[in-house]
Structure formats: C-alpha cells, structure tokens
Design a protein around this ligand. Structure first.
Ligand SMILES: [Zn+2]
Length: 72
C-alpha cells in the first residue's frame, strides 16, 4: 500500500512574513546614531526613536542603510 503524499502548498516568498531573528535584533543598532532600535513586527520595520527613521525589513532581513530608511 502506497501512502499518498500530501500536496505541498508553496507560496511565493513575498507572501511569507518572516520575523527578524531575536539574536539579530540584539546586535542591531541604528547605523546613523548607533542607538537602540525598536522592532515593529507588524510593520516589518525597525524604528530609531532618536533619528525618527524607519528601517525596512525584507524577508526577515533588516535593511540597515540610511539611504533605505524612511521618516518614522
Ligand atoms: Zn538613529
């Protein structure tokens, strides 16, 4: 008797929300002021309260570039 393999639903990577690894969050600082960042999982963003900048997170990878940051 052969087991029927369950169909895998493969979603495009853009559909998958990946949280940033906690180990990564611990070492991340704002590239501008070297200050702490606030992770907003619902927004997929890291916020620097000091600079009022919002760093985007793409596929669980924080984009720590001042050029990529938008006003928070
Ligand atoms: Zn900053």
């Amino acid at each position: 008797m052969q087991r029927h393999s369950a169909a895998l639903v493969i979603r495009p990577t853009t559909d998958i929300r990946m949280p940033v690894a906690p180990q990564l969050l611990e070492i991340l600082v704002c590239p501008k002021c070297k200050g702490p960042l606030e992770y907003r999982e619902a927004e997929d963003a890291l916020i620097c309260q000091h600079d009022k900048l919002r760093y985007p997170v793409r596929d669980g990878i924080p984009i720590m570039l001042i050029d990529e940051a938008t006003p928070a």
